[in-house]
Design a protein around this ligand. Structure first.
Ligand code: FAD
Ligand code: MLT
Ligand code: ZN
Length: 502
């Protein structure tokens, strides 16, 4: 960590001693990792923008082991960094200094699954994609999906209150998570792992840990309700040709989709032309509604403007619309009517539709892999904002003018259906000057719209000082009091989520 980029001072925690290592070895024999190479991968975040200097990685398998580890750390005043799949976007998943890394990677057991209720109970370290496979084999799906599914853990998802690609249809983890088991800072095991849909006995404590980013406790098990697997999934990928200014039409397309597709609409994602250019340039993905929309497609492809089709014009916006329902014919018919409507009314000019799994995945990859394409483009300044949907793209255009050639790319994409913009700026390398042009400007702009400075990624290390843009001082103070009550020594993920107290 460069001090000028992230000015932060180490708090007076103890440092790990030989005796501590011996104590850990007693609790989890053979799973105390001190090999520098192995520890190093857990010290660096996915974006490679922050790096800690921990020397020890602990890999417990049970809640009891997590409890004993935390009891020891609490007694010894050792700081702890809970870590799941290390795919977090805000620097919360890696140590800032020499915090002990407590990984859930070996806590990957499914505890139970009920095929009537769809309720899954599992350990926190289960990888999301593996859980998806597990429940799909039983005719259910996970209520959340994200581009990081192959690495992220369900415990990490809950700890960040991840949103993702199915939020529009299945809602927040605050609704689908039914129960949690959490180990508190002093090692106490809080077992709220119920599988009840309704339970109004006292305060809903699990909500405190959902989205708490490892600062209030270590989530060790999760009970979550899974929806039935939809029998039919259709995806349409739509674009507007260059020359059509556009975002208003994107919003009208969303309105049309909501109105005509009703309950079968399961995603409405958008990306701009620069995103498309980047997935093409860095990942060699092909734009399916430019040049490709021809007789080579086995799925129906549509175009409202034959002149544009096959030409090299760039669409200023693309949207991905997904339906999930129970009747393949009926759903395809509905989506086709929507496409006809939006093409005929000129809201979009090009489109392609997929029902077979291979093409559905190919279309989804264009949207899901933007993050990866951006990370190959250079240093990425990442913003994850909730905004009134009608103003969702204004900041992107505004910043293009404001930053000029200082930025390599200024892009906008995200979960339009949830009012969630991902605004990303790339540059050859980190630059303090560019950062100064972006912050606090982006946060103040967002606050002016009464938006949120973190829609779904959390605050972690990088955004903890901007909490005040989206929450009043009384709320921030209450959060600090809660933290002090649950973790009086402040050992759990210090330097994260909450601004440092004066
Ligand atoms: P980590 O990154 O390991 O940790 C994240 C935070 O949670 C840290 O503060 C950590 O200390 C804490 N934590 C982890 N496990 C626990 C635990 N068991 N108990 C307590 N605290 C814990 N996010 C979205 O919301 N929506 C998206 O669509 C989305 N797409 C992504 C796509 C890509 C390609 C990538 C790389 C990331 C994406 N993310 C997205 C961000 C990230 O994947 C999510 O935040 C995810 O939920 C993090 O899970 P993880 O297991 O990797 O947690
Ligand atoms: C996404 O929606 O792709 C993720 O939240 C990751 C990102 O913001 O890049
Ligand atoms: Zn997202």
């Amino acid at each position: 960590l460069t001090p000028e980029r992230y000015p932060v001072e180490r708090l007076p925690f103890s440092t790990v001693s030989e005796e501590d290592l011996a104590a850990f070895e007693c609790i989890i024999p053979g799973r105390v990792i001190t090999d520098p190479e192995q520890v190093q991968t857990c010290n660096v975040d996915w974006l490679k923008t922050v790096r800690g200097s921990s020397t020890v990685l602990l890999r417990p398998q049970t809640s009891e082991e997590v409890s004993q580890i935390l009891r020891h750390c609490y007694k010894r005043n050792l700081a702890v960094n809970p870590q799941g799949g290390n795919t977090g976007m805000v620097g919360g998943s890696v140590p800032v200094f020499d915090e002990v890394i407590l990984s859930t990677a070996l806590m990957n057991r499914v505890i139970s699954f009920h095929d009537v209720s769809g309720i899954l109970v599992c350990q926190a370290g289960c990888v999301l994609e593996e859980l998806s496979r597990y429940v799909q084999e039983r005719d259910f799906i996970m209520p959340l999906d994200l581009g990081a599914k192959g690495s992220c853990h369900i415990g990490g998802n809950v700890a960040t209150n991840a949103g993702g690609l199915r939020f529009l249809r299945y809602g927040s983890l605050r609704g689908t998570v039914l129960g949690l088991e959490v180990v508190l800072a002093d090692g106490t095991i809080l077992n709220c792992l119920t599988s009840l849909r309704k339970d109004n006995t006292g305060y809903d404590l699990k909500q405190m840990f959902i989205g708490s980013e490892g600062t209030l406790g270590v989530i060790t098990a999760v009970s979550i309700v899974c929806p039935p697997r939809p029998k039919a999934v259709n995806v349409a990928f739509l674009g507007r040709s260059a020359g059509c200014p556009g975002f208003t039409e994107v919003l009208q397309t969303f309105r049309t989709c909501k109105g005509m597709l009703g309950e079968i609409l399961s995603a409405f994602e958008f990306m701009d032309a620069e995103c498309m250019q980047l997935v093409g340039q860095h990942l060699h993905l092909t734009n399916p509604v430019r040049a490709v929309t021809s007789s080579t497609q086995e799925e129906p492809s549509l175009s409202g403007d034959q002149e544009e089709r096959g030409s090299n014009s760039e669409s200023p916006f693309y949207v991905l619309v997904e339906t999930s329902g129970s009747s393949a014919g009926h759903d395809a018919e509905k989506l086709t009517s929507v496409l006809e409507q939006v093409l005929n009314s000129g809201l979009v000019t090009d489109g392609t539709m997929a029902t077979d799994q291979r093409k559905v995945q190919m279309l989804w990859a264009l949207r899901e892999r933007i993050t990866e394409a951006l990370s190959r483009d250079g240093y990425v300044f990442k913003y994850d904002l909730s905004l009134p949907v009608e103003r969702l793209y204004d900041l992107v255009t505004d910043l293009r003018t404001r930053l000029g050639p200082r930025a390599k790319h200024v892009v906008g994409y995200g979960h339009l259906g949830d009012g969630n913009l991902h605004l990303n700026v790339t540059a050859e390398a980190f630059s303090q000057e560019l950062l100064g042009a972006l912050e606090p400007y982006v946060y103040a702009w967002t606050a002016e719209q009464r938006g949120s400075v973190s829609a779904e990624h959390g605050l972690g290390f990088k955004k903890k000082n901007v909490l005040g843009y989206s929450k009043p001082p009384v709320a921030v103070k209450l959060m600090q009091q809660l933290k002090a009550m649950l973790d009086p020594k402040g050992i759990l993920n210090p330097y994260k989520t909450l601004p440092a107290q004066a």
